[in-house]
Design a binder for this molecule. Structure first.
Ligand code: FES
Length: 63
């Protein structure tokens, strides 16, 4: 049985994209995410942290 490798992509001036099913522990709560792509905030201004809400575009995040 082949072990699945977690794939993460850092988008220039935007979020980190996690591909496939994953779990994220937020404030002690484990959330199971069953999506093709999950966008995680890197800019720090999202109102839905740890998820990206598109705010990075408004603030001109670079990184
Ligand atoms: S990276 Fe998109 S809101 Fe922070």
């Amino acid at each position: 049985m082949e072990q699945q490798v977690l794939q993460i992509e850092i988008l220039p001036n935007g979020p980190a994209v996690v591909y496939g099913t994953c779990t994220i522990k937020v404030g002690g709560e484990v959330q199971k995410i069953e999506k093709e792509k999950t966008f995680l905030c890197r800019c720090g201004v999202s109102k839905k942290k740890p998820y990206c809400d598109g705010s990075h575009k408004k603030v001109g995040f670079q990184g």
